[in-house]
Ligand binder design. Structure first.
Ligand code: LLP
Length: 466
């Protein structure tokens, strides 16, 4: 390790620079506002405050690691989608994060809910979501799941295979209840972040291909099935998307099929769903569009296409998950160890180990996702140094934040907070190494409420029957 620079080893010649998008901050204490929920700020002593609560006070009561959810931020984003898409339906994608409190907020705010398992359906009902405001997804729903969904009068079941069309029809006959379905189609568009690929075929498990004719055939079979109503077509092109041109290509292909079904099968479908996938800012690399801009763009595409095809525009629906839940929440950890590791060439990387890791945020390991972090419990006057925040699991890939400038005096006992962890972190959390999954604490107007409690050893042992 080189210590030849007065500001510390990380400033020595040959020190690590980090990725090109990550600049060293002028003040390492400052939050990058676009990455944090709307009420998050730091007070004079450097304490992170969210929903009027100092994170250090929350930790004193609830310990770490913990997810801290800014309730006003979550609700404002849900409402922004609802208002921007007025005249359309917004189905919050529960897979991003769902618990009874969140389901209740979604119901109270007047949004609909997208579920994809019996467990999610159970939570939705427990939160008071009306069955007719629920959309049910999944490429392999069981007969039992379909029976429950149809018997409850779930608003839409998104069918994904020919076998499922038969199953839904048999359940409709058995229960005497009508099944309302959408046909999930693959439009040959795969979108990720700033790029999309338009191809004839998609080599993946979801949906019926439009180009192969399967999607039209699926619609034909639904129409021919007694007790099954065809509401429309559904397309979901990917996640963490910023460029709306992928939606445009998908909407054109879906609407062309919509018009073909009207002319060939004589069925005017009332609805169309363009799925979710709207991107959020995890780091300064990301520049998401506000909901109003997305809505204006999508409406324009749909109306222009429908005019061209000479058909009436179906009622649009969308399914944002990440864009509502993601920015609302940060994860708070306690630093346990700090270790400079010398690399080839003599530069060193500061490894900061925290008391969670890939069990509460698998996204870094699984998708190479980038995150940021800040020191949450004090001000530091130390210069910034390039650090890597890692967890406590027995795996070298257990990384929470791959690259971040943090004060070079970070030490055991400091609190670190990682923003934008509201989507697909708690919902994909695991008990790896028998870790106890962290609580979700909702903060609002200076009050904190645990909406998902921390797991206990008894919870872990409850399923271990010995
Ligand atoms: N609708 C459908 C049919 C979906 O499959 C998904 C996400 C959504 C809506 C919501 O997408 P969102 O707006 O949240 O991007 N675990 C991955 C994301 C998987 C998304 C699966 N489907 C991650 O952590 O990035």
């Amino acid at each position: 390790m080189s210590t030849t620079h007065e500001a510390g080893w990380a400033h020595a010649p040959g020190a690590l620079r980090g990725p090109s998008w990550l600049g060293a901050p002028t003040d390492v204490n400052e939050l990058v506002a676009t990455l944090w929920s709307s009420t998050a700020h730091k007070d004079e002593s450097g304490d992170l405050v969210i929903g009027g609560m100092a994170v250090a006070d929350l930790v004193a009561e609830h310990n770490t690691p913990a997810y801290v959810l800014d309730e006003d931020d979550f609700k404002a984003r849900a409402l922004a989608f609802k208002e921007a898409f007025e005249g359309a339906d917004v189905y919050y994608a529960g897979k991003s994060f769902l618990c009874t409190a969140v389901a209740r907020w979604i119901a109270e705010l007047g949004l609909c809910l997208d579920v994809c398992s019996d467990g999610e359906l159970t939570v939705a009902l427990r939160g008071g979501v009306e069955p007719e405001r629920i959309g049910y997804h999944g490429n392999n729903k069981t007969l039992t799941e379909l029976r429950r969904a149809v018997s409850l009068g779930v608003g839409r079941i998104v069918v994904d295979s020919f076998a499922e069309i038969e199953r839904v029809a048999s359940v409709a006959a058995e229960t005497g209840m009508p099944a309302r379905v959408m046909v999930r189609v693959t439009a040959g568009v795969e979108a990720h972040t700033h790029e999309f690929i338009a191809t004839a075929h998609e080599d993946q498990k979801f949906g019926f291909s439009i180009s192969s004719g399967d999607a039209l055939e699926a619609a034909r079979r639904v129409v021919a099935s007694e007790g099954v109503d065809l509401l429309g077509l559904h397309s979901h092109i990917g996640s963490q998307i910023f460029d709306t041109s992928g939606f445009e290509v998908a909407a054109k292909r879906v609407l062309a099929l919509h018009a073909q079904i009207a002319s060939e099968l004589g069925v005017a479908m009332p609805e169309m769903d363009l799925g979710g996938g709207f991107g959020i800012a995890y780091t300064t690399q990301d520049d998401p569009k506000p909901a109003a801009e997305l809505a204006a763009g999508m409406r324009e595409i749909v109306h222009q296409e429908c005019r061209g095809l000479g058909i009436e525009a179906p009622r649009l629906s969308i399914e944002p998950g990440r864009a509502i839940a993601g920015p609302s929440t940060c994860t708070v950890y306690t630093v346990g160890t700090v270790k400079p590791v010398t690399l080839d060439g003599g530069a060193a990387r500061l490894y900061i180990s925290v008391d969670g890791g890939m069990s509460d945020n698998i996204r870094t390991a699984l998708y190479d996702a980038d995150y940021s972090a800040t020191i949450a419990s004090r001000r530091s006057d130390a210069p910034p140094t390039l650090a890597r925040v890692v967890g406590k699991h027995c795996e070298a890939g257990d990384i929470v934040v791959r690259d971040e400038f943090l004060p070079s005096d970070v030490r055991p006992g400091d609190l670190l907070a990682v923003p934008a962890t509201g989507a697909y972190c708690r919902s994909m959390a695991s008990n790896y190494n028998h870790a106890l999954r962290p609580p979700v604490i909702a903060v609002k107007d200076g009050r904190a409420r645990v909406i998902v409690r921390r797991e206990t050893v008894d919870d872990l042992l409850a399923t271990d029957v010995g």
